[in-house]
Each structure stands twice: as C-alpha cells, then as structure tokens.
Design a protein around this ligand. Structure first.
Ligand code: ADP
Ligand code: MG
Length: 147
C-alpha cells in the first residue's frame, strides 16, 4: 500500500464569475520513506496540491489516500484531527507563534491537538530539541533565532 495516493485530483477555484483551473487529473502514489519534490513554475499548482495533500483544502474532484485513509471523505473535524496527529508541515514562512518561545511553539500542538499529559510533553519536546541541537534555544522567541 502506498503511503500517499492521489486519484484523479481536480481543483477549480471560483472567484465570482471567474473559474481558475489549478489542477487537472492528477494521479500519483508515494511509497513509505521516500523523499519527493513537486517541481514546476510559479502558478503551476504546487501549493494547491500540497494544501490538498495536507488536509488544508479539498479537491473539487478526486480523492487523496494517506496510509489507507481517504482524507477527502472525512468531515472537517476529523480532517483537522488527522492533520494534527499524522502530518508535519514546514511552511515557507514557518507560521511560528511569535509570542511563544521555541519550547512553547513545539508544545502548543501537543496540548491543543494531541492532548498529551505534561510529563510526556516535556520529555518529547526535550528529545526533539536535542535531536536538532536546539536545547539551548528553548526559551528564545522565533525572532531571536536564525531561520
Ligand atoms: N485561493 C485562490 N483563489 C483563486 N485562484 C487561486 C487561489 N490559489 C491559487 N490560485 C490559482 O491557482 C493556480 C495555482 O496556484 P498555486 O497552487 O499557488 O501555484 P504554485 O504554488 O505552483 O505557484 C494559479 O493560477 C493561481 O493563481
Ligand atoms: Mg506556491
């Protein structure tokens, strides 16, 4: 079973009378533990596709399957839970919370989405910080550290 499969994805944006066709007839599958890039000129639909794959937006037609779950058939609440528990994003502009420290930025989804108890939160956060050599930066705010 592929980790991610896209079946016949179409996306049309509607702005009043105007329709913009961003994606047509997209099919692919991605195996576990692979590293994949979507490459194309500006406006070719990369962000649209990633938003749909990441459960942030819905296709007009077709479906996405992640680890056997048809994410496009979940309701918005289920999709939000699936996204929070299963998918990791690194956005182009980070979307870090400027008023929270590095530590608190990592902690936030563990509280809000995953409801992890405090002791386990702390050990998971410290393990992650250690992995990327950022234990010393944990009390800094996003604008005090390098990109
Ligand atoms: N929210 C939106 N409303 C209307 N059109 C959009 C919207 N987002 C993207 N588009 C259009 O869809 C097409 C694909 O855009 P996008 O997915 O952002 O491409 P890329 O990320 O490859 O630059 C473009 O023509 C863009 O103008
Ligand atoms: Mg883009």
């Amino acid at each position: 079973m592929p980790l991610i499969a896209a079946h016949n994805i179409h996306k049309t944006y509607r702005a009043g009378e105007i329709e913009i066709n961003a994606l047509s007839n997209i099919h692919f599958s991605i195996e576990t533990a692979s590293l994949v890039s979507f490459v194309g000129p500006s406006g070719s639909g990369k962000t649209t596709l990633l938003n749909i794959m990441g459960c942030l937006d819905m296709p007009t037609e077709g479906y996405i399957e992640i680890a056997g779950v048809k994410t496009t058939e979940l309701n918005w609440k289920e999709r939000a839970a699936f996204r929070g528990n299963t998918i990791g994003f690194i956005f182009q502009d980070f979307n870090l919370m400027t008023v929270l420290t590095v530590y608190e930025n990592i902690e936030y989804p563990l509280i809000m989405v995953q409801n992890i108890p405090p002791d386990e939160r702390k050990s998971r956060i410290m393990k992650l910080l250690k992995e990327v050599g950022m234990e010393d930066q944990k009390n800094k705010f996003p604008d005090q550290i390098s990109g």
